[in-house]
Design a protein around this ligand. Structure first.
Ligand SMILES: Nc1ncnc2c1ncn2[C@@H]1O[C@H](COP(=O)(O)OP(=O)(O)OP(=O)(O)O)[C@@H](O)[C@H]1O
Ligand SMILES: [Mg+2]
Length: 227
């Protein structure tokens, strides 16, 4: 069977993409689905301490061991500098072209026996992920389902709706928008922020991911995307 592929795009960096990806992986496993995750390109990666890195968290959400082979299988392009990947790659004098990243994902998806493959981009939707390509270009190259993760900080509504407009304009509308609650106690009221995003999101379902510790939102997002 061909795996369903779900790309997790973000309206911004540090917005909750990995948190959302882990929630989606857990919700899918609760449904009895076999899962796979890919974070093909990661920057700010500490090779000596990566349990809490994006690939480390994705592996943990899948119940996989945090060992080098598993890491290599989901995140082959890893860079130390906490910068946009093309900049981080340049510092290490390494090549990072978009096409091999797309091809790696396609090959892993084609070989996968999973029911769901979750792919996390880097940074925001238009963050360069490789030379000549943004996270949106990777999504386009994979021609798959997607969710857009937005934040709830002051200014997040515009960032989220701008990313949504771009996805729609590029013919890649997400199956759902997940609004990830801010940790900032001074952030605007969370549910009012969610309502504002929903008011302008057209037919795209908008799902709040609150910080109450539950993952119910992830099940709702899976349903919104796959029915
Ligand atoms: N809705 C939420 N509930 C609880 N914790 C959250 C939520 N959203 C984000 N976080 C936490 O905030 C931090 C940043 O989120 P996360 O790492 O998921 O962002 P990201 O968009 O994947 O960042 P990056 O651009 O570095 O990949 C993490 O510690 C994450 O667990
Ligand atoms: Mg992440």
């Amino acid at each position: 069977m061909t795996a369903r592929v779900l790309f997790v795009a973000g309206a911004h960096t540090e917005i909750g993409k990995t948190h959302a990806a882990c929630g989606l992986l857990r919700a899918a496993q609760d449904e009895g689905w076999r899962v796979e995750a890919l974070k093909p390109v990661v920057s700010g990666f500490d090779a000596d301490d990566w349990d809490d890195s994006d690939p480390g968290r994705l592996l943990a959400a899948m119940g996989r061991r945090l060992i080098e082979d598993e890491l290599e299988a989901i995140s082959p392009w890893r860079f130390a500098a906490p910068l946009a990947p093309p900049m981080a790659a340049q510092i290490e004098d390494r090549a990072l072209a978009l096409q091999p990243v797309i091809q790696f994902c396609r090959d892993r998806i084609a070989d996968s026996e999973a029911d769901l493959v979750v792919v996390e981009g880097v940074g925001g939707l238009m963050s360069p992920i490789a030379d000549g390509g943004t996270s949106l270009d990777l999504l386009e190259g994979l021609a798959c389902w997607s969710v857009l993760v937005g934040g709830a900080y002051l200014g997040a509504v515009s960032h989220t709706l701008t990313a949504l407009e771009v996805m729609v304009a590029r013919g890649e509308p997400p199956g759902a928008v997940i609004v990830s609650q801010s940790a900032d106690p001074d952030a605007p009221d969370f549910m009012s922020t969610v309502a504002l995003v929903a008011e302008h999101a057209g037919a795209v379902p908008v799902i709040p991911a609150s910080r109450d510790g539950g993952f119910g939102w992830a099940g709702l997002a899976l349903k919104a995307v796959f029915g």
